[in-house]
Design a protein around this ligand. Structure first.
Ligand SMILES: *Cc1c(COP(=O)(O)O)cnc(C)c1O
Length: 385
């Protein structure tokens, strides 16, 4: 019996408590949680800095509305500007909402409506972001889509060039496709994007909802590439579990989002903002980012060392602590076996195991995860008669 819409195929685990990288189920089983709440808990479960910041704000007030001055929103936006180089922020409540804001701003600022996105992308589930998402399966049954969106194959510069023209408002993409299977942007594609952007006066929107907030060992993943976005969108890791989204844009875009042009009752809620300020002060510390990058390199090395010769693996790839293991067969049964062994991971597309540890994890936990993964993939390799 359930009183909920069955929109989620839920796991057979109900969390009781969680701290750092660990989660304990109501049945008393301990799990190494390398899902981070789907890339949200970059500072792990129950982070004390976030908790203290939220508790301080709870004592003051927890909602006022965006009619009031708000120095905490200003502070969070300044921290984001410092880390990204984009001087203006609009706060929303989720990733899809951040992307909605980006799509609206791009259309308004350019006076054009065409937006090019990539196949296998994921940008959200509202009407605009569902149309932006390059996966047919999430659109099935919902009727007419918002028009103006064209999807091109990821990392194919020629196809992108064919798809853009002077009516194109924006190119929108992830620099590491998350849901689509941990696919990284090619350097040559980055170059092609920058050229086309220049030629046709197109805005570049980078969806950093999964890749941002230190996930890849830099503040934002675009900073690994020779690419300069006009707009980026954030959510997931920004509140370490409190709901918040953000759209960041260039200074000269500010005039197109004047009073009354866009808004949100809960956007930039004080509790979520207090969490975001704590997150940004921890994550944007260069030492923290460097350690994240090092952990990512270590994790990849260990995985490759233990698994590269496995006949069940197509490729191990990733950036920082965003790692994918592409299998020849379906990933879901393997993720289920790993769950039984006490390691929580995700899938990305049908064949990819997606690993998103908290950035606060350590080498011992990484070693444990590698051991569990290689055990399961080794067991898998015993041919069943
Ligand atoms: C999760 C995700 C979204 C959607 O975020 P929601 O908060 O679920 O609306 C959009 N883009 C990317 C890249 C994501 O990973």
């Amino acid at each position: 019996m359930t009183a909920l819409f069955p929109t989620y195929a839920r796991w057979n685990i109900e969390p009781d408590t969680a701290k750092g990288s660990w989660l304990t189920s109501k049945e008393g089983k301990n799990y190494l949680d390398y899902t981070s709440g789907i890339g949200v808990l970059n500072l792990g479960h129950g982070n004390e800095t976030v908790k203290a910041s939220v508790e301080r704000q709870l004592e003051r007030f927890w909602h006022t509305s965006n009619l009031f001055e708000n120095s905490e929103q200003e502070q969070a936006a300044l921290l984001l500007a410092k880390a990204s180089g984009l001087s203006r922020t609009f706060f929303a409540n989720s990733g899809a909402e951040a992307n909605e804001a980006a799509i609206k701003l791009a259309r308004k600022a350019t006076g054009k409506s065409k937006i090019v996105t990539c196949t296998q992308s994921f940008h959200g589930r509202t009407f605009a972001t569902m149309a932006a998402t390059g996966q047919e399966k999430i659109r099935v049954g919902y009727g007419t889509m918002l028009d103006g969106f064209t999807h091109v194959p990821y990392n194919n510069a020629a196809e992108l060039e064919n798809a853009v023209d002077d009516q194109t408002a924006a190119i929108m993409l992830e620099v590491v496709q998350g849901e689509g299977g941990i696919h990284l942007l090619d350097a040559s594609y980055a170059e092609a994007i920058m050229k086309l952007k220049e030629k046709h006066d197109i805005l570049l929107i980078i969806d950093e909802i999964q890749t941002g907030i230190g996930r890849t060992g830099k503040p934002f993943a675009f900073q690994h590439f020779a690419i300069q976005p006009d707009i980026i969108t954030l959510a997931k890791g920004l509140g370490n579990g409190l709901p918040i989204g953000a759209m960041l844009g260039r200074e000269d875009l500010a005039e197109f989002f004047g009073p009354g042009s866009h808004g949100s009752t809960f956007g930039g809620n004080p509790i979520s903002i207090s969490a975001a300020i704590a997150v940004l002060s921890e994550v944007m510390n260069p030492l923290f980012l460097q350690e994240t990058a090092e952990k990512g390199i270590y994790f990849m090395q260990q995985l490759k060392w233990h698994l590269e010769n496995s006949e069940f693996i197509v490729e191990i790839r990733g950036l920082g602590l965003m790692i994918g293991i592409e299998l020849k067969d379906e990933a879901a049964p393997i993720v289920q076996k790993l769950q039984d062994s006490g390691l929580l991971l995700l899938t990305a597309g049908p064949n990819v195991i997606r690993i998103l540890p908290p950035l606060t994890t350590d080498k011992n936990e990484i070693d444990l995860a590698v051991e569990k993964i290689s055990n399961v993939l080794k067991t898998e390799s015993i041919p069943t008669a």
